[in-house]
Write a protein that binds this ligand. Structure first.
Ligand code: G4P
Length: 289
């Protein structure tokens, strides 16, 4: 795959440093992954940074992911020993179960505290994940139905607050932003089309061509039905884009196809879930978590 991302190591160093500081404040971490790309949206460096700190995985945006593959991913992640749950933060589905799971993994921590005579100390939690995965949406949802505790504690940056989200459970209202992995072109592609990477560091047309090619082989029916077009498995991707352009009236003066417009249209349809429910990372592939 010829997909390049222009990336800046400096950004990664800064994000890593910030994450290390934030991690010092919490007892449990929720790593939020995009259910459409669970492998590409995970960050293997997090494990190293966590040490013994418990972590759960929350697969978000399940409403936009292929439900069969989401279940397979849940199995794969569970089999690798990770506590994992699925959520849909736009509707709030699964959030309650996620809180129960956090309480479950926090038990050894509270037991250790009890042995040392520490009582009434709340478990502190933080949501981490790559950009655009839904961290703020989840936090807002939790803030919406709970009270915010003004925090005056060491280590908490001004403006950061702890929110009580359940009995004995406090959430840091600022999410931890993990940097995307850029080295592998496949991972870069997945992060780009789902919107985790800013558009100015990759070529949008290339990303969409790869996306359409991928969907032609894994979800051909959705593509044909959605746009009312027909194609064969070996139809060149540019011809398919031209068919979509005609079907959707993406034309310039004189009837010339407006390829830039069709590229934008397909990307928007994919990102909003209008095109269908797709998972780009195959669950059978090895997981780096
Ligand atoms: P971040 O903090 O991790 O960067 O992500 P954020 O919560 O800002 O979410 C990024 C986008 O993903 C938002 O859409 C948000 O509404 C959407 N989103 C979050 N969770 C889900 C989910 O479970 N399902 C779906 N379908 N979408 C989800 P946006 O278009 O950028 O903003 P907005 O117009 O929704 O405000």
């Amino acid at each position: 795959m010829d997909f390049k991302i222009q990336w800046f190591p400096g950004h990664m160093t800064k994000a890593k440093r910030m994450m290390e500081e934030q991690l010092k404040l919490v007892d449990v971490v929720v790593e939020m992954l995009d259910a459409r790309i669970p492998r590409s949206s995970s960050n293997p460096m997090l494990i190293q940074m966590l040490g013994q700190k418990p972590k759960i995985v929350a697969l978000n945006k399940t409403d936009m992911a292929d439900p069969v593959k989401t279940d397979k991913w849940l199995e794969t992640l569970k089999n690798s020993g990770l506590p994992v749950c699925k959520v849909d933060c736009s509707s709030g589905k699964g959030v309650k179960q996620m809180i129960a799971m956090i309480q479950q993994v926090a038990k050894p921590v509270t037991e250790k505290w009890l042995k040392r005579g520490v009582r009434n100390r709340a478990i502190r939690v933080m949501i981490v994940g790559v950009p655009n995965v839904g961290k703020s949406t989840l936090i807002n949802r939790l803030v919406g139905r709970t009270k915010v505790v003004a925090a005056d504690r060491p280590g908490v940056t001004r403006g950061q607050q702890w929110i009580t989200i359940a009995k004995g459970l406090e959430l840091l209202d600022t999410p931890g932003v993990l940097w995307p992995k850029f080295e592998d072109p496949e991972v870069g592609f997945c992060l780009a089309v789902t919107g985790a990477i800013k558009e100015d560091v990759y070529d949008r047309a290339t990303a969409v061509e790869i996306l359409v090619e991928r969907l032609m082989s894994t979800y051909p029916q959705d593509l044909q039905t959605k746009y009312g077009i027909e194609f064969e498995a070996d139809t060149p991707v540019r011809d398919v884009l031209a068919k979509i352009a005609v079907a959707r009236g993406c034309l310039k003066a004189g009837g010339v196809l407006d390829i830039a417009k069709v590229i934008q249209l397909v990307l928007r349809d994919f990102r909003t879930g209008k095109l269908g429910r797709f998972t780009l990372d195959e669950p059978s592939e090895s997981n780096n978590n």
